[in-house]
Design a protein around this ligand. Structure first.
Ligand code: NAD
Ligand code: DAU
Length: 356
């Protein structure tokens, strides 16, 4: 079994590579990652000596490279994480999202089609799992849930690019018979989360006594899932999912953003050294300019994954957020390397815009 994981140096991809290499399965895993600002070899550095693992630095838009990997490595399964993933960045500069999320996915699909469905080829046992997001479904009101049949209604350049890639994946299944699977997941959190995203941003800023930016009034709702539970779901779908199907993945753990931020503040006051001025960390909260087109609420109905494949989240939000905080406390070298690098300037200018 030869598996191509794209984006395996990012947050979820890295946790997935860790999960898979933590099993005693017999396989070969090729991790293809461009190492953008969000990709970090340190996320998988301790796994690099596993004889089942190979890292390739490269772009999913590079057709020649992808075709070479398919033929050299005789790829059976693709688990496709690589993407531009941050909504705010997609608003400031959508081009990279169009390129990687749409053209990159198209390039991978074409390579899989040539390798698995070309003249004299055999697609038996092959699987192309596309990792997607609940944001393709748009925004919910006070009630209701996204199901696998909710019509697509993306609202940011990020979600529009992911929706576009999802449609390409479905089209390749329906038109060419490519053996695809798709997962649409809610917000993840946990170890190795890049600190531009809400939870790691709040943890790292609160540890340093810096402002905690809350967009708008903090009443937007996200459905949080511990990243390892998401990775377990992906593995379950890869192993047992029905080809051509989509599976929604969610934590059944809706929280208003302000509640998430206050929970982190209170836990840090409990377990981390106090701030220099002795003030509670909630005093760092700043309500700032809202994200344009900010989706109000996401909530996933994951009952298909539960009833058909027996997956359930194992980690509650209370437990997961504690584990996450402990991880960030124990891994300040990982965060400092990011926070002291080129990201620092990006954050400063982005935050000053938010204060205007
Ligand atoms: P991330 O930004 O942390 O990681 C993305 C990875 O992809 C990085 O390692 C980056 O270097 C790599 N990459 C980017 N462009 C590339 C290219 N052109 N070629 C090769 N590699 C490239 O993202 P994440 O949060 O780990 O998300 C992974 C996937 O899961 C994405 O497809 C995202 O849409 C989806 N998703 C994320 C969440 C979430 O809460 N983070 C929820 C649901 C779905
Ligand atoms: O729902 C799945 C999606 O979750 C994934 O597809 C995306 O890749 C991932 O980035 C995430 O998108 P969000 O936009 O929901 O995540 P983010 O962490 O950027 O923001 C979470 C919420 O917190 C959102 O309502 C915006 C708000 N927010 C965010 C930041 C960075 C703040 O209030 N302050 C902040 O500083």
């Amino acid at each position: 079994m030869n598996i191509l994981v794209t984006g395996g140096c990012g947050f979820i991809g890295g946790n997935f590579v860790r999960l898979l290499l933590g099993t005693d399965r017999d396989f070969r895993l090729v991790n293809l990652d461009k190492l953008t600002y969000a990709g970090n070899l340190a996320n998988v550095a301790d796994l690099a000596d596993d004889p089942r693992y190979r890292f390739v630095k490269g772009d999913i838009c590079d057709a020649e490279l992808i075709n070479r990997i398919f033929s050299e490595e005789k790829i059976d399964h693709v688990v496709h994480f690589a993407a531009e993933s941050h909504v705010d960045r997609s608003i400031d500069g959508p081009a990279a999202f169009i390129e990687t999320n749409i053209i990159g996915t198209f390039t991978l699909l074409e390579a899989a089609r040539a390798a698995w469905l070309g003249e004299g080829r055999d697609a038996t046992g092959k699987r192309f799992l596309h990792v997607s997001t609940d944001e393709v479904y748009g925004s919910l009101g006070e009630t209701g849930y996204f199901t696998e049949t909710t019509p697509y209604d993306p609202r940011s350049p990020y979600s529009a690019s992911k929706a576009s890639s999802d449609h390409l994946v479905s089209a390749y299944h329906h038109t060419y018979g490519l053996p695809t699977l798709m997962t649409n997941c809610s917000n993840n959190y946990g170890p190795y989360h890049f600190p531009e995203k809400l939870i790691p941003l709040i943890i790292t800023n609160a540890l340093k006594g810096k402002d905690l930016p809350v967009y708008g009034d903090g009443s937007n709702v996200r459905d949080w899932l511990y990243v390892v539970d998401h990775c377990r779901a992906i593995l379950r779908v890869l192993d047992q999912g029905k080809v051509g199907d989509t599976y929604n993945v969610g934590g059944n753990s809706e929280k208003k953003n302000l509640e998430v931020v206050e929970t982190i503040c209170d836990l840090l006051d409990e377990v981390a050294p106090p701030l220099a001025d002795g003030m509670p960390r909630r005093s760092l909260i700043r309500f700032v300019k809202d994200r344009p087109g900010h989706d109000k609420r996401y909530a996933i109905d994951a009952s298909k994954l539960r009833s058909e494949l027996g997956w359930e989240p194992e980690v509650t939000f209370q437990e997961g957020i504690r584990r996450t905080i402990e991880w960030y406390l124990a891994n300040t070298a990982w965060t400092d390397a990011i926070l002291n690098g080129s990201y620092q300037e990006y954050y400063r200018s982005m935050y000053s815009e938010r204060l205007k």
